[in-house]
Design a protein around this ligand. Structure first.
Ligand SMILES: O=C(O)CCC(=O)C(=O)O
Ligand SMILES: [Fe+2]
Length: 162
């Protein structure tokens, strides 16, 4: 089992764009107030399905649609209140390319190959965008592990691209 550092390694089907948006902490705080997050005990973090109502998030959606020439068909928002909240290894249930935008504190993100168990690590910082195709979602599980020393929050906006 090998651990690769994501951004410098070549994982086909994954695009990592540091600083896709300005990661000013104000955006994290604004979205935290606007989005109706609810803690889900089986997901180990707060989540919500975006149903509209945030000018800031609508602007980000337009930016993503322009950048990739695709329609954002849905937005799933995650809130990690601190390093105790996490995302257990899973595959996404959507048959499309997924783009995820990180805001707030930096967190590690891993892809793990389902058979070889090889892992790819990305340190996702505020404003970074990680895009992965459904082919990656089929071959790899992904997770955001617990980081006990992390005291601050992170929002991850997951966009489904059609
Ligand atoms: O927080 C992240 O970077 C990933 C979130 C995630 O995997 C999901 O929403 O399915
Ligand atoms: Fe996911």
């Amino acid at each position: 089992m090998t651990i690769h550092d994501g951004p410098s390694s070549n994982l086909p089907g994954v695009i990592y764009i540091p600083n896709f948006v300005n990661g000013d902490p104000k955006i994290y705080l604004t979205l935290l107030l606007q989005l109706p997050f609810i803690y889900e005990s089986f997901l180990k973090r707060e989540v919500c399905h975006y149903r509209g109502g945030s000018d800031e998030l609508d602007t980000i959606i337009e930016l993503i649609e322009r950048e990739f020439g695709k329609i954002v068909s849905g937005v799933f928002a995650n809130h990690y209140r601190d390093g105790n909240d996490y995302a257990p290894y899973h595959k996404d249930q959507y048959d499309c390319t997924v783009a995820s935008l990180s805001l707030g504190v930096s967190r590690d993100f891993y892809f793990q190959h389902v058979s070889t168990k090889d892992r790819y690590r990305f340190l996702l910082k505020s404003g970074d965008l990680l895009v992965f195709k459904n082919s990656v979602n089929k071959k790899y599980k992904h997770s955001v592990p617990v980081r006990k020393k992390v005291k601050d929050g992170r929002i991850c906006l997951t966009f489904f691209l059609q």
